[in-house]
Every structure is written in structure tokens, then in C-alpha cells.
Write a protein that binds this ligand. Structure first.
Ligand SMILES: [Zn+2]
Length: 166
């Protein structure tokens, strides 16, 4: 393991509690009907289904991050230039903790907390998918295919990032 690899693990671990706080804030906001504009922005509407799925995802992220192991695998990351992080959905270590792999590329991404939220959302029970990446494409997806947006980890990442940083 190179020093950069250790660094990405250390920095990611430092953000786990923040990602949980972001998720808890999302649950709170959805419950109180606050910042519904951000639900519309990222999921096309503020319908009860949108609210339910965004909240379910946030609650699942809280649970995953409550018991997770952050790893890095330099060889795997090097095969996927530009990939910030990845998981094998449902993969746990021998202690029953969900495993999340972070790559050096995420050290240049701001906010790293959003990446953790994205990866945790891939694990059960929310099991969100990768439909499309990037803010511009995700905002378009919210309009053209709201169900796709609801299933898209990046859309959930941007929703909580906006909620907690703007
Ligand atoms: Zn993903």
C-alpha cells in the first residue's frame, strides 16, 4: 500500500460521521417538507414517492455507514482511471461490516463526503444503481426519467450535497 492509498482511507474515515449527519439532515428535511425544491431539482418532483425513496436511501446510508470498512485497492483503482470509489453491493467483511473501496482520485474531489454517500447508497437496503453521472446529466435525468433519477446513486449524492452545502 502506497502512502497515497493510506491517505485516501484516512480522509474517507474522517468523513463518515459527516456523511451520516448529511443523511440525518435529509431525513429531517424530508419529514418537515423543507427544501422540496431540491427534490424537484434532482428527482423531478416532490411527490410522496420521491420523498419516500429519498428518505429510505438516506436511512439506508446511515445504517451502512454505522458499520462499514473503508479500503483501497491500488491495482483495481489503476484499472479504472478517474473512478473515485466503488463497491460490490452487499459485500461485507468477516466482521459483518459493509466494504467500500476508495481510490486516490477521490482526494481531488470536493466534497469527499458526497462520494461516501454515493457509495453507501449502492449497498442494501437502498441498493441504488449507477444510471448516469455528473450534475448536468443528472438534472436532465430528473426531467426525462424521474424513476431513473430515483434509482441513481449520483442523483442522491447531489441532493444531499446541495441540502448540506448550499
Ligand atoms: Zn456508483
Amino acid at each position: 500500500m502506497g502512502s497515497d492509498d493510506a491517505e485516501v482511507v484516512v480522509q474517507s474515515i474522517q468523513k463518515v460521521a459527516t456523511a451520516q449527519a448529511w443523511a440525518a439532515n435529509a431525513v429531517r428535511n424530508i419529514g418537515n417538507n423543507q427544501r422540496s425544491d431540491l427534490l424537484t431539482k434532482w428527482f423531478g418532483s416532490k411527490s410522496s414517492r420521491v420523498r419516500q425513496i429519498a428518505k429510505q436511501t438516506a436511512n439506508s446510508v446511515i445504517e451502512v455507514l454505522e458499520s462499514c470498512e473503508i479500503r483501497t485497492d491500488e491495482q483495481e483503482c489503476n484499472k479504472m482511471p478517474g473512478v473515485l470509489a466503488y463497491v460490490y453491493p452487499g459485500m461485507k467483511n468477516s466482521q459483518g461490516q459493509y466494504v467500500m473501496f476508495m481510490c486516490d482520485a477521490s482526494l481531488n474531489y470536493n466534497p469527499l463526503t458526497g462520494v461516501l454517500y454515493h457509495e453507501a447508497a449502492h449497498h442494501p437496503y437502498s441498493n441504488r444503481d449507477d444510471v448516469i453521472y455528473g450534475r448536468g446529466d443528472c438534472q436532465e435525468l430528473a426531467q426525462s426519467n424521474p424513476n431513473g433519477a430515483l434509482n441513481n446513486a449520483d442523483s442522491h449524492e447531489y441532493y444531499v450535497t446541495d441540502l448540506n452545502t448550499r
